[in-house]
Design a protein around this ligand. Sequence first.
Ligand code: AMP
Length: 592
Amino acid sequence: MAGGANDSDIIGIDLGTTNSEVAIIEGGKPTVVREDGEAILPSCVGLDDAGTVIVGQQARNQAAAAPERTVLSIKRLMGSGTQVRMGTDAYSPQEISAFILKALKERADRALGRDVRKAVITVPAYFTDAQRQSTREAGEIAGLTVVRIINEPTAAALSYESGAAGSRTLLVYDLGGGTFDVSVVRIEEGVVEVLATAGDNQLGGDDFDALILERLNTHLETELGLEHAREDRLLQARLRQAAERAKIELSDRPWVRVEEDHVGSVDGEARHLAWELSRADFERDLQPFVDRSLQAVTTALQDAAVRPSQLDRVLLVGGSTRIPRIASVLAERLAQEPHGEVDPDLCVALGAGVQAGIEMGQDMQAVLVDITPYTFGTRAAGELYGEPYAHQFVPLIRRNSKLPATRTEVFYTVFEDQEEVDIKVYQGEDPDALKNVEIGTFLFSGLNRHRDAHGQGLLFTYSLDLDGLLHVHARERATGREIRGVVENALGRSTDEALGAARERVSALWGEAGGESPAAAGDAAAAVPADVARAVEESLARAESALDAAPAEDREEMIDLMEDLRDAVREGRVDQASELRGKLDEILFYLE
Ligand code: AMP
């Protein structure tokens, strides 16, 4: 390297299962090195036609065509002692990882103009000593002294919290391409400790691609008559890539169109693919995975003996957390909006960079990015607390989103001959739009009623920029007609007083009832043992006080459970009372 060796430089490396990144320290801040604009280096190693080692995208591109000389996901084998074949030779996992580390080191060398010798490398919190030792060896084979191995959730926490005073408890939800883990982390005077980790190292974005691929294959078979599509390896590789692109697009749009020419032929006639997938359908497929991941969240919290209400922050890490459903279920379950503003793909590398800076003796601060402190949305006919309601708040840009932010949602007219729609823009967090602050309204008239009756819908796009300008764009899908509007100073508006005033105004208009007084649980409690009755009373009292702050879905379930529980006690059904109380307590665990 031109500038020669430098012993004071330390780099931070996220050595991932699917992707890896490297961060350098510049001006006291970590920066992820980009080459040709790309920060991510696919964790893929191969030999090209000439037998030369290739790393990254080039190796990944040949993976489908030349699997015998390409190695993917080597991280899964670290510490196992197994060897992998690449071309004619066998290699240890440390050696394969060393090729990736070397490529990252050289990126850093080029960016700094010096030969870097030291690194901080991250590993999953669940890695054993043998796996950590193998990672250290891989670094050494690549010519790097590994000054520290740190846990990935620790790195994520450092990227958000470095420099923060006092004690903080965080939940790090990391959903990448092929692995999922959730960790509860405590930071005390700058020292980070992983209290508990749970997860599934075979769950990730690849599974979500497979869900879309399955739908594509079914379409090819049933609609295009391509019965042997699944046996065509190259076609499958092409469709898998199309599926991943579609999945990524669905994170910003309510549906996606997948088009691929020449996917096969029937009786000598070429078949082309043109197919649409809605976010709603994708989310339905996703639900079992989401449920599994929530199970892991519960396990990690229980193992750490931390209640959701004790969490200071929830962090989103890993590319797959860009799927909006993930953030929304976590927000519901943990009763706080999770943070994903530090790029979820780069957050671990940036945190490794923060640690590298600390090792270099620098005073490192958290990675700062601009976020919106409010949620922006609109109103639509929907449900509130299980009842039909005309002013349901539908968030588009959620609180804590990184700026600039853009999101599109689809809406449908309510009446068959509806000719216009009033697009209201609200700022706030309440599921009832009327309890939030209305900051703008735009009229979209002259709608093409006939077409919309077929469910084509209107697309609303909100774009919020760093200057607080909220651009609202609505397009009628059937005709392409559109309107545009701007709400100025969207970020400046909402003071607590304004929100409070809006709430009071609405409560007054609503004539909010004081609430029925809860039926006493003890009336006929003589029929159940005293300890059960006492426990039930205690759960009911806790539920009463948690009810107001509970998310709509939970509230409904809680009310049902509370009623059933009172009935069970009154009628002396002891077993059922205990079972119902267990269910209620489970919900309360998340709310308190
Ligand atoms: P990671 O291993 O953290 O780099 O995450 C990679 C995974 O994130 C891959 O499965 C990607 O397809 C997925 N991913 C990246 N961006 C998005 C996005 N915007 N929406 C959904 N998944 C994404």
